[in-house]
Design a protein around this ligand. Sequence first.
Ligand code: AMP
Length: 182
Amino acid sequence: MTQTLADNDLRATIRSIPDYPKPGIMFRDITTLLGDARAFRRAVDELVQPWAGMKIDKVAGIEARGFILGGAVAHQVSAGFIPIRKKGKLPHQTVRMAYALEYGTDEMEMHVDAVRHGDRVVLVDDLIATGGTAEGAVKLLRQVGAEVLAACFVIDLPELGGAAKLRAMDVPVRTLMSFEGH
Ligand code: AMP
């Protein structure tokens, strides 16, 4: 008999760690999902399920957990992969975008030739909270001429408003589960 993973089982593979990396934050750890073969496969399949069968040129992953999920998604949909990295990590010519953190800003980069004008790109990360990181990535992709088909996250923290922020930028958002709080 084929074993299937019930909806709540995918959620059960997330480990929640209170007060990490600082007091008041409930860290949602996906390493336990990644370590479970069926959960990992299912998360990858479900992330892009609404766009299955559509032409996807590239999957962009945000450093670092977005690389693991995004790389698997890119393989699954036979697309190329684009790493979006913290500044100073990419060796070739880059484009750079500032993005909002809880306190202050930081900058992310991608290679200027990673996307061709009109490429259809799906953005992937593990979790969306305030949406500052994903908003920066969408702006970066659009700056180089990409069409951002969708942004996909395993986890949504809806109280922080990130998914709503992306939808307001006309980016369809796919999330597999949500948790209350920060
Ligand atoms: P934000 O820019 O506020 O949407 O934050 C999203 C980024 O921060 C993602 O790359 C997440 O991996 C990370 N992040 C934010 N909050 C959490 C949390 N509670 N647990 C795990 N990762 C988080």
